[in-house]
Design a protein. Structure first.
Length: 644
């Protein structure tokens, strides 16, 4: 340590994230004598963080994580100021690391090394690209429950974060969610879609049906969607409004849990099924509603142990009535509902109460096991509970790798640093930590190797706006893309003059259009990255989840017997973990993915093969088990997500 002491004093460290892993990192850095440390984090402290993010206390709830964590680190540090000119002494930056005006390449160049403690793949990709551009080492880590890993990325000398593709998520067909659920996750995803239908962007819900253009519209569409707008417009005293809201709630829930099920039964949809659904008697379940609504403290969710026990059907129905009433009587909800901006958020207590209650009523109809509020939240948010010990282990490994970098220099990183797995079960040699050699860059990586990228897409039906949103932003994590055909620019992020091209089909764009065989150049100055796309025109079936294919070679002929897997009306972005759905932030990307212990063990604990090319990274929302589409990553990432 004596050799390292002067090196530690001269080093400047950037920590990105101050949650589960971040708190452990900052504790280790301050205790080891690092003084020139800055921290970026956009999150605030939630009460659920306190069981593992040990730098926070109950009085800190609602405050910025990075500010509280830095203050705690200063108290731990044996020193009182930074040793490096221009670098802060545990200086917090409350903001998004993807904000290029604050945290661009020049900002990163000020530091000796960057340590990641992020909770989502998109941000990890962005930081990976900035570090490559700034030519500074990045020490990456992630956890998923008991599993975790730490690795070092050193410019273009080692494998970068994006050198290896992410595993494809397991998704369920929409018809399973809408008509033939058989698992709790199916019902929970359905509950999230019902929430979107009733309070959010109804047309984006997989339950939405066009009541105008359809020959036989769904029986629940008018009561649920159209009636909700009429409720907002009602004018009158509180009693009149209460009666109107109650009437809407009864009609809406009756249409969903009674009339729609009866309609499906009349069509013999469940003929031959082992378990035939049984419609609910909503009017009977609501008999005590008037009495319950007088006392908000009588809600099942706020009673003793209300979040961990299973609610009865009567209690679930009461919860739904209470939530609908609250949504229409709060000062902010009515206007939000009118503009369809209320989105599901697993951390919003009202949202999760609705999903828990609505999914349990549906589960009862189909004789499926019901879930407690606590269990439903884990599935709905694609969450794998975070383990404080695992966070501490990977953070400790990160600092050990940092010591190696300081001692031997970044030129020798590939020889002295390791990719280390934190395993749940010991190896044959009795080890719970398994180090492996850092791999060289993947020659097919478009980020660090500028490899050729073939984009197969339907140029006759896809608009430029869709290309930018689905392919460049969501799939490839561009921040501010600039598109060129030859020497002619057709789009630049933030420039209004190019807005006229956004609604145009690719084939109709200027400069001859984006067609089969065209070379499309996409740049992002914020990430210092340029990719040359070779466009390959291909038609896709409407049922296909993604209407494009990204590869290094021309696509193979489409298989004729592909299984229909449609996550929603839109698509999924970078998110992940546990159960199914419309993607986490399950925003407009809502798919359904199921996480099992066996899945986690297979994808996260298996050591790399001989050439080290197939290693799963725990903590990535795109690795391991998956859940409702827009599972966001916690300490672990997006696909398999740990709460952060």
């Amino acid at each position: 340590m004596d050799v390292l002491t002067p090196l530690i004093k001269k080093s400047s460290i950037l920590v990105i994230g101050s949650g589960g892993i971040g708190c452990e990192l900052l504790k280790n850095l301050s205790g080891s004598g690092f003084t020139s440390v800055e921290v970026i984090d956009l999150d605030t402290i939630d009460i659920s963080n306190l069981n593992r993010q040990f730098l926070f206390r109950s009085e800190h709830v609602g405050m910025a994580k990075c500010e509280v964590a830095c203050e705690a680190s200063r108290r731990i540090s044996p020193f009182e100021e930074s040793s490096v000119e221009g670098i802060g002494f545990y200086k917090p930056h409350h903001g998004n690391v993807k904000d290029n005006e604050r945290f661009g390449v020049n900002f990163f160049k000020r530091f000796t090394c960057v340590l990641n403690a992020l909770d989502n793949v998109s941000a990890r990709r962005h930081v990976n690209r900035l570090c490559l551009s700034a030519e500074i080492p990045l020490i990456e880590a992630g956890t998923t429950g008991y599993l975790g890993q730490t690795t070092v990325i050193n410019g273009k000398r080692t494998e970068c974060y994006e050198c290896q593709p992410k595993p494809t998520q397991k998704v369920y067909p929409i018809c399973t969610i809408r008509s033939t659920p058989s698992m709790p996750v199916h019902c929970i995803v359905w509950g999230k879609e019902l929430y979107k239908l009733m309070f959010g962007d109804a047309k984006a819900s997989m339950l939405f049906e066009d009541t105008v253009n359809s020959d036989e519209p769904s029986t629940f569409m008018e009561p649920v969607v159209e009636r909700r707008l009429k409720v907002e417009e009602e004018v009158g005293d509180d009693l009149v409004r209460f009666k109107e809201i109650k009437s809407y709630a009864v009609k809406a829930l009756k249409s969903v849990y009674t009339e729609e099920i009866n309609k499906q039964l009349s069509m013999d949809r469940y003929k031959g099924a082992s378990k035939v659904p049984v419609p609910l008697d909503i009017e009977k379940l609501m008999e005590k509603a008037d009495e319950w609504w007088k006392d908000k403290n009588d809600y099942p969710s706020v009673r003793e142990n209300g979040e961990k026990r299973i609610w009865t059907n009567e209690e679930s129905c009461h919860e739904l009535f209470a939530i609908i009433r609250e949504m229409y009587t709060t000062s902010t909800s009515p206007s939000d509902l009118h503009t369809s901006t209320v989105a599901f958020d697993k951390d919003n207590h009202l949202s999760m109460r609705f999903v828990t209650a609505s999914s349990n009523l549906r589960a009862h109809i189909f004789s499926i096991e019901t879930s407690s509020f606590y269990t439903a939240k884990g599935i709905a948010g694609n969450i794998i509970p975070a383990i404080a010990t695992t966070n501490a282990i990977v953070a400790g490994l990160q600092v050990l790798e940092l010591f190696k970098i300081l001692k031997y220099g970044k030129e020798k990183i590939k020889n002295v640093c390791k990719f280390t797995y934190c395993l749940r079960d010991k190896t044959r040699k009795g080890l719970f930590l398994q180090p492996t050699t850092l791999q060289p860059p993947n020659d097919k990586c478009y980020v660090c190797r500028n490899a050729r990228v073939v984009l197969s897409i339907d140029t006759s039906t896809t608009t430029l706006s869709k290309l930018i949103e689905d392919v460049l932003t969501k799939k490839m994590s561009f921040n501010s893309p600039i598109l060129q055909i030859g020497c002619d620019q057709i789009y630049e992020h933030g420039e209004e003059e190019y807005g006229v091209n956004l609604p145009k089909l690719l084939k109709d764009l200027p400069c001859g259009g984006v067609k089969d065989g065209v070379s499309l150049i996409v740049e992002d100055f914020e990430q210092d990255m340029e990719i040359n796309f070779e466009i390959c025109h291909r038609e896709f079936e409407e049922e296909e989840e993604e209407q494009f294919i990204i590869s290094g070679d021309r696509p193979k002929p489409k298989e004729q017997n592909s299984e229909d897997v449609v996550p929603g009306d839109d698509n999924l972005g970078d998110s992940s973990a546990g159960a199914a759905a419309a993607a986490n932030e399950l925003d407009s990307n809502d798919d359904i993915v199921e996480i099992t212990e066996e899945d986690n063990r297979k994808s996260l604990t298996s050591p790399p093969n001989g050439n080290g090319k197939k290693r799963a990274r725990s903590g990535d929302s795109n690795y391991g088990a998956v859940a409702p589409k827009k599972i966001r990553g916690g300490e672990g990432g997006e696909e398999a997500i740990a709460i952060d």
